[in-house]
Design a protein around this ligand. Structure first.
Ligand code: CIR
Length: 264
């Protein structure tokens, strides 16, 4: 049966305990629990209309579960990134091979760096975080690759967190959930913004699957704000993944399922 979406995921590596950390102190990660949480996340993706395809595990890459950073996928093209952290560069090969089955693939190349977690797509606008992971060359390359397809890229200043999507994600094509301490809401004008609850600075990361939202249950006060605006997110427990500075968007690449060309 064809589902509206395809979700690529990657298993939690046992080496996740040695993940990159930038803004968080290292605390013990229970890999078994992380795997259980990840499996729950995948089940919810399936419930929300995704065919889940697990890419082969990458035990040598501690952060490989955070597959979002390795590619940015549009209906027209998949852009394989060059992650900003040296330890993550080798994650992209297997992802590229998997994406090549469903989209034309292009690549970000040195000296550019770009993490998928820095790329927020809202309609034809592509906001790109200027962070330690994504450099000016990365923004310029992505802009050049996307211009023929009618997308406009906009660099966004991000301070105090890892990625743009730690600070802001879209809940629909007109609305952004954001932490105004980390990104200026004016960057998204004329889109409406909803601020996270001040006690939940990490609460701005929500995963959109069509009209549905997948959200971390750890942020009830921000969830209440979403509910006040008429959204009803589906909840997961992602507490172990959060210890690795990951959040719900990081653990998948969501693609629309496109009709195959006539004759295939
Ligand atoms: C890293 O620092 O690269 C990982 N420990 C966390 C990556 C999270 N990815 C994301 O927000 N897109």
């Amino acid at each position: 049966m064809t589902t509206p979406f395809l979700a690529f995921t990657r298993d939690v590596a046992p080496s996740m305990v040695d993940c990159e950390l930038t803004h968080l102190a290292r605390t013990p990660i229970d890999v078994t629990r992380a795997r259980i949480q990840h499996a729950g996340y995948e089940r919810l993706l399936a419930t929300l209309g995704c065919t889940v395809r697990r890419i082969a595990p990458a035990p040598a890459f501690p952060d490989s579960v955070f597959i979002e950073d390795t590619a940015v996928v549009f209906d027209e093209v998949a852009v394989v990134t060059r992650p900003g952290a040296d330890s993550r560069r080798g994650e992209v090969m297997a992802v590229e091979a998997a994406l090549a089955e469903v989209r034309p693939v292009v690549r970000i190349t040195a000296p550019a760096t770009l993490d998928g977690g820095d790329v927020l797509v809202v309609g034809r606008r592509v906001f790109i975080g200027q962070t330690a992971r994504t450099n000016a060359e990365g923004i310029a390359q992505l802009g050049a690759l996307l211009a023929p397809h009618g997308y406009m890229v906009e660099g966004v200043t991000v301070t105090g967190c890892l990625h743009l999507k730690t600070a802001a994600t879209a809940v629909d094509d007109a609305t952004v959930l954001c932490n105004p301490d980390w990104v200026d809401p004016a960057a998204f004008t004329p889109l409406r913004t909803i601020a996270v609850h001040p006690d939940e600075p990490m609460g701005a990361n929500v995963l959109r699957i069509g009209n549905q939202l997948l959200y971390d249950e750890a942020y009830p006060r921000t969830r209440a704000r979403l509910e006040d605006h008429g959204y009803t997110p589906h909840l997961v427990d992602a507490s172990e993944l959060a210890k690795a500075e990951g959040a719900v968007t990081c653990c998948s690449l969501i693609l629309r399922t496109l009709a195959p060309p006539i004759g295939r």
